[in-house]
Design a protein around this ligand. Structure first.
Ligand SMILES: Nc1nc2c(ncn2[C@@H]2O[C@H](COP(=O)(O)OP(=O)(O)OP(=O)(O)O)[C@@H](O)[C@H]2O)c(=O)[nH]1
Ligand SMILES: [Mg+2]
Length: 442
């Protein structure tokens, strides 16, 4: 998602960030480039104008041009504007305490990802120690109840359902059931329609009135384009939303429309969906995404994600290795093995400072993962810890052992070298990254 935007921004940050002297013309040119990139990424025109005007106004002052490090000052302004565009502070779910039921109502157009996101959120809340119950209130699409039942089972969260066509009745009964059985959070999945229509709105309004949810969440597909903004506005007028979940953030659509949602509707983005699996779900942090877009990476999310799937000690170990440049083929093998568990590879890599916008499709050939693993597995311990000893005859043996070709072995070793180089660069750029992340005290 947002690769192109990230590419342009990282480029500007690299170019301007290091300059010890900049002119008004530099700023104008950079802002013009930013404007084009935002428009190209499909960010709403009004949002772009606001962003550009605010940035120019702030950046052209004496304070920036005459400061000791004007390049970095400028980058900080762009960063802060981006954070503001995305919604400033992270907004958490407003759940009530454990002894009162909190209801979360999901709504959105057909296929936007409501059912999947409901199950993802349920899994997440369960992990956090809550006791969620899912309510199957999509009684329009024939297979909807069954879909939620299957997902609920995967998440280890029970699903309340009934044989009826009356969604309001199921919603009310689900709440009674939740109260009786000590479920503290009720997540209600509802039916989607191709467009916002009276029947759908009527049903949602009735459910909302009966259940008094703490959150009324619009699930929006980030690939929808500018239309998404209008949809959100209409839903908000009719049902009053409290927040948004953006799905399919892993797609390579331009995605700017989704980023405009917050500015236009004023509703916070609560989570983003980054894949089809239950764990492909992340809390939305405006500052971290801004950092990612500006190519400054998002080590915090990366480490958190790693901690969810790897244990904490392993994650700390990996960080140390990255810093000390002792990352070996054995480490790479372990990484490859975890990739499946961690969800979208691209999403993960883009969190690494300096990697954003630099990853090509070729680097991400997921189907190649298996043969890459086989290649490393065919190496001896010694070879895994020191790749420099792997000469032509060893390469031949490894290719044979792994059922691949010498070409593929060469490619893997090259890729490994590239990864190490990026890590080395990262370690060098750490000063700048740390400064950007700790902003504020500038
Ligand atoms: N790649 C990706 N796919 C997603 C994501 N969220 C949902 N999907 C997929 O999108 C499709 C539709 O998701 P659903 O959860 O069924 O959407 P829905 O809004 O409940 O659809 P209806 O109930 O028919 O209105 C499914 O194939 C999901 O696997 C996401 O974040 N990333
Ligand atoms: Mg559904």
């Amino acid at each position: 998602m947002l690769e192109k935007l990230t590419g342009t921004f990282s480029d500007i940050v690299r170019r301007i960030g290091g300059k010890s002297q900049i002119t008004e013309k530099n700023i104008e040119d950079a802002v013009e480039e930013i404007k084009m990139a935002l428009l190209e990424a499909d960010v709403n025109l009004r949002v772009v104008r606001r962003f550009v005007n605010a940035t120019i106004e702030e950046a052209k002052g004496e304070k920036v041009l005459r400061s000791v490090d004007p390049g970095q000052q400028f980058v900080k302004i762009v960063h802060d504007r981006m954070v503001a565009l995305l919604g400033d502070e992270r907004q958490d779910l407003r759940l009530k305490g454990p002894d009162t039921q909190s209801v979360i109502l999901f709504l959105g157009l057909q296929g936007s990802g409501k059912t999947t996101s409901a199950a993802k959120l349920a899994a997440r809340l369960k992990k956090d120690g809550r006791k969620p119950l899912l309510a199957a209130c999509d009684l329009v699409r024939p297979a909807a109840v069954e879909q939620l039942r299957v997902l609920g089972e995967k998440a280890g969260v029970p699903v309340y359902h009934e044989e009826t066509k009356d969604a309001l009745k199921v919603a009310k009964n689900a709440l009674v059931h939740a109260k009786k059985n000590g479920f503290d959070t009720l997540i209600v999945d509802t039916a989607g329609r191709l467009q916002v229509d009276e029947a759908m709105v009527g049903e949602i309004v009735a459910i909302k009135k009966a259940l008094q949810p703490v959150e009324t969440i619009l699930v929006a597909d980030s690939m929808t384009g500018q239309n998404a903004v209008d949809i959100a506005k209409t839903f908000d007028e009719k049902v009053e939303l409290s927040g948004v979940i953006l799905t399919k953030f892993d797609s390579d659509a331009r995605g700017g429309a989704a980023l405009s949602l917050r500015s236009i509707t004023g509703k916070p983005i609560l989570f983003v969906g980054v894949g089809e699996h239950l764990e492909d779900f992340e809390p939305f942090y405006p500052d971290r995404l801004a950092g990612r877009i500006l190519g400054m990476g998002d080590i915090v999310s990366l480490v958190e994600k790693a901690q969810e799937t790897i244990d904490i000690e392993e994650a700390a170990e990996l960080q140390k290795k990255m810093a000390k440049e002792t990352f070996s083929l054995q480490d790479m093998l372990e990484q490859l093995e975890r990739v499946g568990k961690m969800g979208s590879l691209r999403a993960m890599l883009e969190m690494i400072p300096g990697m954003a916008g630099q990853i090509s499709e070729q680097d991400l050939d997921i189907s190649a993962l298996k043969s890459q693993k086989a290649i490393i597995q065919s190496m001896t311990k010694k070879e895994r810890s020191n790749h420099l000893i792997i000469g032509p005859s060893r390469r031949k043996r490894i290719a044979r052992g792994s059922g691949t070709s010498v070409g593929e072995v060469n490619k893997l070793l090259k890729q490994f070298e590239k990864t190490r180089q990026t890590m080395r660069k990262m370690a060098k750029n750490k000063g700048m990254a740390a400064k950007m992340m700790g902003m504020g005290g500038f």
